[in-house]
Design a protein around this ligand. Structure first.
Ligand code: ADP
Length: 435
């Protein structure tokens, strides 16, 4: 069996007698790969990182490092360096002493370690901080020094646990670019934990998405976006979030096939593409239709494309973003609620429109939050938001209340079953459809 630089084999971790924080995760991380662990808070990312570092022991399963079972190897023997969200530097030490600390643990003298400290400082652009103490550094500078301390011993792997989340947005973006450059230059295997999908997508060679301790999908950012394995991954990856509409497939005897969205029908191509054939046998079942904002466009005077179908919409909200405008349209559909991922403003409308009860219960279970049947309804927002978010050119200036026909690319539809699994595109035909 081939093994990566870091291999997780059916790794589980349960604290006490609770549900597992990490549940049978298997993953091979290649030498030099930058792998991101992505998922919402509490999904087990940090626990998995600590299991790799040896700071926790597995309840079952094995961690292998460089082709060897790590077993009970203590953290110090694993030649792994960790950086945390707010890395604790030693306040009484200078930047140089902090960076050189791992080398001192290796019994190097200051004179011996100095060239490596200088090298690491140069790599991180913190040479001018070598003489300063942490109290005289900004948050970003402290985090750079902490990364320098991780780099200095040339470990076989870096484990980074939300290293940027305590920084402001500008610094976060800057350091993110630097981390990408640094790890590429060093070629060191890196596992990076974040709950921020844009950080994950921009940094990872591959991104492993976790939910409730279970690995959902590990793939390149491109594949995660193009072929999400389930509705959770589809909804977690991508901004704006994928449009998710509750619908039912109907195929009357006249040979047509469409999705009933409530007040409108979405005609499907005839014949159905090979990777959407499964839809025929899903008739009358509650399904989730996923469509990304870029696969819907506001209809113009030109003819619709061969795979485009028209829907009627009314503008309910407009988000001006500078380079583009996001238009929220009401199309009379039932927006699917994805509780753990939902911004609160999306919730009340979904409740008001009382979408398919069974589907919502399943989704609530899927996303770990139970909706109490007797719970008081959340407050109705002052401004309702639409069912469908569409990307429009920045020059467009639609007004709330405008009627706006849209064209939806039916070749780009995702269909998920009521368990959240992707039905279409079916795995085998996916590549050709989206090629
Ligand atoms: P994440 O890093 O994705 O936010 P964690 O790995 O920190 O998630 O936590 C996963 C789950 O395990 C959570 O439910 C958390 O409460 C639980 N957990 C983590 N560490 C401990 C611990 N030391 N003792 C008990 N429960 C823990």
């Amino acid at each position: 069996m081939t093994t990566g630089a870091i291999s997780l084999r059916e790794v589980s971790k349960t604290y006490g007698r609770r549900i597992p924080a990490v549940n049978r995760v298997s993953l091979d991380i290649d030498p030099g790969e930058f792998l991101v662990l992505l998922g919402p808070s509490g999904c087990g990312k940090s626990t998995l990182l600590r299991l790799i570092a040896g700071l926790e022991s597995t309840t079952s399963g094995e961690v292998w490092l460089d082709g060897q079972p790590a077993g009970d190897l203590p953290p110090a023997a694993r030649n792994i360096a960790m950086v945390f969200q707010s890395s604790a530097l030693y306040p009484a030490m200078t930047g140089a002493q902090n960076i050189g600390f791992p080398l001192r643990l290796d019994r190097m003298t200051d004179a011996e370690s100095r060239p490596r400290v200088d090298w690491a400082a140069q790599l991180l652009g913190v040479t001018e901080l070598l003489g300063r103490r942490p109290g005289q550094m900004s948050g970003g500078e402290r985090q750079r020094v902490a990364i320098g301390r991780a780099v200095v011993r040339a470990p076989s792997a870096f484990l980074l646990d939300e290293p940027l989340s305590s920084l402001d947005a500008k610094l976060r973006n800057q350091l993110r670019v630097e981390i990408a450059r640094l790890t590429r230059e060093l070629g060191t295997t890196t596992v990076y934990v974040t709950h921020d999908q844009s950080e994950a997508m921009s940094l990872g060679d591959r991104v492993a998405v976790l939910r409730d301790g279970v690995l959902q999908q590990a793939d390149t950012p491109r594949e995660l976006y193009r072929m999400p394995a389930n509705v959770f991954v589809a909804a977690f990856v991508g901004v704006p979030r994928i449009n998710l509409l509750a619908g039912t497939v109907l195929a009357p005897l006249d040979g047509s096939i469409f999705v009933d969205l409530g007040r409108q029908r979405l005609p499907l191509p005839h014949p159905l593409p090979p990777d959407h054939q499964l839809l025929r046998i899903q008739q009358h079942r509650p399904l989730l239709i996923g469509v990304r904002a870029e696969d819907v466009r506001i209809a113009g005077p030109e003819r619709a494309g061969p795979h485009e179908v028209a829907l009627r919409g009314v503008v309910e909200q407009v988000e001006y973003q500078g380079h583009e405008t996001l238009v929220h349209l009401g199309i009379g559909a039932q927006p699917a609620v994805v509780p753990a991922l939902e911004a609160p403003r999306f919730m009340p409308r979904a409740r008001r429109t009382a979408p398919n009860g069974a589907l919502q219960t399943t989704l609530a279970r899927w996303y770990g939050r139970r909706e109490e049947p007797d719970a008081p309804p959340p407050p109705v927002p002052a401004r309702p938001v639409g069912d469908l978010v569409v990307r429009a050119e920045a020059g467009m200036n639609p007004l709330v209340g405008d009627r706006m026909p849209v064209l939806l690319n039916t070749r780009r539809l995702f269909v998920f079953d009521d368990q959240g699994r992707r039905l279409c595109p079916a795995p085998a035909g996916g590549a050709q459809l989206f090629g």
